[in-house]
Design a binder for this molecule. Structure first.
Ligand SMILES: [Zn+2]
Length: 86
């Protein structure tokens, strides 16, 4: 789990996501399933006390490292959140 403060913070993860292009499926708004190389992980994006909290079920995500699963899900989440807020 990590707190998303800026796009730069997850830039490396975004670049990895662009290279790897994991398949992301939407389970619900803020809840995604990301298919990586070895396994499929669940990523959640939610607001807690005004902070954007991102959580991925992969080992890196469990240690607070922004992984490419999170980056892929965050990218989609931002698109969906913008669409639903209109
Ligand atoms: Zn992950």
């Amino acid at each position: 789990m990590f707190i998303l403060k800026s796009q730069q913070q997850i830039e490396k993860a975004i670049n990895r996501a662009k290279a790897i292009r994991p398949r992301v499926s939407v389970k619900a708004l803020g809840r995604y399933s990301v298919e990586g190389h070895a396994a499929t992980y669940t990523v959640t994006c939610e607001r807690r006390n005004g902070q954007k909290v991102v959580d991925c079920s992969c080992p890196a995500g469990q240690h607070g490292t922004p992984c490419y699963h999170s980056a892929a899900a965050v990218g989609l989440h931002i698109c969906l959140a913008e669409q639903t807020s209109h």
